[in-house]
Structure formats: C-alpha cells, structure tokens
Design a protein around this ligand. Structure first.
Ligand code: 3HC
Length: 300
C-alpha cells in the first residue's frame, strides 16, 4: 500500500514514506536513494525553481541504468509516480521519516522543525542531515526532542556507504533504532555517534581538508596536494573534495568547528573568498576548479 503523503498502512519494520526538505545537492541524493529503494518520497523546497530542477535530477539519478550509462526512461516514468514535490515544507510531516537538508544555519533549521512538529504524525521520526551543528541544539525548541536525531549522509549519496546516526541528548532509543534501520533499508552502513560539533566524521575530515587549503596558501599547488593525497590512497584529493562537498557547506562547517575547537581549527580565508566570489563548487559549476557535466551526467 503506497501512500504518497502518509504512512504506508503496511509498515512494520520498513519505512514507507520519506520526506526530504531541501532540493539541493544532498536533498537530491537522499531522495534518489530513497526512490531507488522503493520508498515513496516527498521532496520539499520553498524555491519552486530549485524544486523543479531537483525533481528532474532526482528522477534521472534514481533511474540511472548502469548498462545504458544513463537514465532508463521507463524507470523515470515509474519512479515519477512515487516522487511528490511541495513548496510548503510542513507537508512532509505526514511521512514516516523526514530528513532536513537545507542551509547550514541553526536558527533557520530550528524554525523549520518548529513548523513541522505540530503537523507531524506522532510516529514520524524527524532527522537533520546537518554536517556539524549539534543535534541537541537543533532539538532545543521541540516539544518532543525524543523523536529527533541526526541522519548524516555523505556526498555523493548514491556512492558513499556510511551514514552517521547522531544521538542528541534527548533522542529516544526507538528513534535511534528506527533511523539506523532506515539507513540499512537504504543499503547504507549506519554508525551511531554521540552529539557534538562535527560529530565524528567531520571532526576528522574537515581539519584535514582545511589543512590542504592552508598548504595552498603556503604556495603548494592544487595538483601537488591532490595528486599526493591520491597516491597516498585517498579516493580523491582534498581540494577537489572541497568542490564536491560545496564551498558554502565547508565555510559554514568551518565556522562551527572553529567556535568549538578554536585552539586547533582555524579556517583559511580562501574558502570564504571563493564563496564571496560566487564559487560554490560542483553545485554551480565553479569552485577551486571549473566543472561541467559530461553526457552521462558525471562531473568533469
Ligand atoms: N546516477 C546514478 N549512478 C551513477 C551516475 C548517476 N548520474 N553516474 C555514475 N553512476 C554509478 C555508476 O554506474 C557506478 O557504479 P559502480 O561503482 O557500482 O560501478 C558508480 O555510480 C560510480 O560512479 P562514479 O564514476 O561517479 O564514482 P567513482 O568510482 O569515480 O568515485 C567518488 C567517485 C565516489 C566521488 C570517489 O572519488 C570518492 O569516494 N571521493 C570521496 C568522496 C568523499 O569523501 N565524500 C565525503 C564528503 S564529506 C560529506 O559529504 C559530509 C559533509 O557533511 C561535509
């Protein structure tokens, strides 16, 4: 029983419907993985142009066929039946599980959840995909913080196996179990971590990426840094990774980490400068590198 905007009547252990708020890079990736795994997805974004573009990308990615090396058109039509879009984010409150993936701003996220909570079903699990903002802080204005936790995906979502499930101070065991089970339902590997700025992965990853940008400021070339990291065994160089993650995200995340660990994380100004110049990384085709997509939709 598939119900576009509500709990599937037959849900036992599997979640039937996923609400994704934010049709940017991460929201698109999360929605596409959900669709691929047979979950009804409701994608919300208050910017109707971003929503329309996001819907298209989600369907293209979810219907990607390895042999065709592109989207299978029949699959696009079929999956289109299971993807809804709304500009009013509170409408996702009817879904079994909700993942927020909007801008990295604690006040905006808090306001969003405060709007969804009164409308959400009692059984809805509310999650944030925040990169670094403590879950306890995001939950502070909620009446039921026990049903809130972090569900932190990595970019590109279709490819990265790990999901951090972040236990806020008041997240219930049931919430954590459902979030972790949902990660497994999506074919991912959940790791339950404690709350705190940057959680686990970004406390490791962002200082490493920042140090690469420091080296750049000291005169090392992008090629030398990225090539060396790859030869060392990293799947991609740390400067290229900035562009994949998004320079705006790196900037916000850097600020959160600096506030928490000012003795050891001092973001370099280069990321700030690039963002101010409108260079956000792959998401808008220009960051440290200039990007374009090839015929298969892969970044070059
Ligand atoms: N839609 C769907 N699937 C597609 C596709 C598309 N448009 N294009 C390709 N695919 C499929 C292919 O069929 C292929 O499948 P296979 O691997 O099973 O054969 C697969 O996707 C491979 O695609 P790619 O060629 O794009 O992947 P690569 O193997 O070249 O790897 C990479 C690319 C995954 C980006 C790798 O370089 C990598 O792991 N980089 C590091 C990424 C990383 O560290 N991410 C974390 C960032 S931190 C973050 O996100 C958190 C935040 O809070 C800061």
């Amino acid at each position: 029983d598939r119900n576009k905007n509500g709990a599937g009547a037959s849900r036992k252990t599997k979640e039937q419907s996923l609400g994704v708020i934010g049709a940017g890079t991460m929201g698109q990736g999360i929605a596409a993985v959900g669709l691929r795994r047979g979950v009804d997805v409701l994608l919300a974004d208050n910017r109707s142009d971003a929503l329309a573009a996001g819907e298209k990308s989600v369907l293209k990615e979810a219907a990607y066929d390895r042999e065709k090396k592109g989207p299978d058109l029949e699959k696009v039509l079929d999956l289109g039946q299971h993807l809804g879009t709304v500009t009013e984010s509170t409408e996702v409150g009817g879904c079994d599980i909700v993942v927020e993936a909007i801008i990295e701003d604690a006040a905006i996220k808090q306001k969003l959840f405060a709007g969804i909570e009164p409308i959400a079903k009692d059984s809805t699990v509310l999650c944030s995909n925040t990169s670094t903002i403590p879950i306890t802080k995001l939950a502070s204005g909620l009446k039921h913080p026990e049903r809130f936790c972090g569900l932190h995906f990595f970019n590109p979502v279709r490819k990265m196996p790990l999901i951090e499930v972040i236990r806020g101070e008041k997240s219930s065991d049931e919430t954590i179990e459902r979030a972790a089970a949902f990660a497994r339902q999506l074919g991912k590997f959940p790791v339950v971590v404690n709350d705190g700025p940057g959680f686990l992965v970004n406390r490791l990853l962002l200082p490493y990426m920042n140090e690469a940008a420091v080296l750049l400021g000291e005169g090392a070339t992008i090629k030398a840094i990225d090539k060396t990291a790859k030869e060392f065994g990293m799947p991609m160089g740390p400067i290229e990774l900035h562009d994949v993650v998004g320079l705006d995200v790196c900037l916000h995340a850097g600020k959160v980490l600096q506030e928490a660990f000012s003795d050891r994380v001092v973001p370099t100004p280069v990321v700030d400068k690039l963002v101010s110049a409108g260079r956000l990384g792959q998401k808008n085709g220009k960051g440290f590198f200039d990007w374009k997509k090839d015929k298969r939709g892969r970044w070059k």
